[in-house]
Design a protein around this ligand. Sequence first.
Ligand SMILES: C[S@@+](CC[C@H](N)C(=O)[O-])C[C@H]1O[C@@H](n2cnc3c(N)ncnc32)[C@H](O)[C@@H]1O
Length: 332
Amino acid sequence: MSFRNYKDKVDEGDTVILYLSNNLYAIDVKTEVKNKKGETIENVFQTPFGALKVRNLIGIQYGSRIELSKGWGHILQPTPEMWSLTLPHRTQIIYTPDISMILFQLDLVPGCVVIEAGTGSGSLTHALIRRVRPEGHVYTFDFHEHRSKIAREEFEAHDVADFVTAQHRDIIRDGFSEELNGKADAVFLDLPSPWLGISHAVNAIKEQGGRFCSFSPCIEQVQRTCLVLQENGFQDINTMEILQRELKVTKRTIPVRDLSFLKHKSSESPVEEKPSGDTSYVVAARPVSTPGHTGFLTVATLPPAFARSKAKKAKTEDSEDTDTSNVTHGDR
Ligand SMILES: C[S@@+](CC[C@H](N)C(=O)[O-])C[C@H]1O[C@@H](n2cnc3c(N)ncnc32)[C@H](O)[C@@H]1O
């Protein structure tokens, strides 16, 4: 229940984050679990620093330090960012650098209606829910029945189910359902063939227009998506790759040689050369490795319906003109 509101203490049924030596683990606070034989046993979470009896977490304050046999950790309240780092993977997922750009590019604010396909492991869905609630809603679809079911169970367990509808549906074959026609402020697609979902996005986006975004690992997917976006009247079509470059401000100590002796070397009173001394500097250092390619984000705007029909009319007239001029040239 700990995703809904900030709270003070851990309750039974919460999902908590154990922060242990720069590693994060998600733990469901249940006193008992079933073992492989189906027997009910005490819930004990094994960590590299020793075992943790989960029942001991109930009633402690979020942020508390907890002692383990070989060290200590902290118990934190989960956020969508921490959930993306700890969730059980059922698919490839979208991570925070891409998620933050998706939320921004989709122009999402509390109260928006946003459609997502596919749900996958629900990494992006948790961030979408936090952005649009309490008045807004997320509709998320996946054609994999089990994934859709597990996602629904997670949204229930995290007490955010009122803000999201997770449905089992092939959106390429069946669209997003008639009830959603003209209801969405934004549509997001993370599918192998996003271009096949674009006509459904047009149906779902509100009459006043809205935003579209798709995530694709390969540039060939991007190319097809951009062409179909153009054919469907989208504007401001842009593709970007989000590469996070971190910097760490830290102190580095390096040996520095005093070169003042060189100045006086040929003078009558030369200065003696001193050995190198260590000096500390505050530097901004890059990490040893930088996260690489995840995918390309393609974003676009669907203009309001009146502008769409105007553009369509102009296009039809243009092509009729071209046809007539061809005939005229042919006659000559
Ligand atoms: C890469 S995963 C999405 C991961 C998700 N964005 C996340 O952050 O956890 C892609 C999902 O799309 C689903 N999918 C593929 N084609 C689909 C279709 N035609 N309709 C609905 N879902 C589809 C797959 O079952 C898969 O779960």
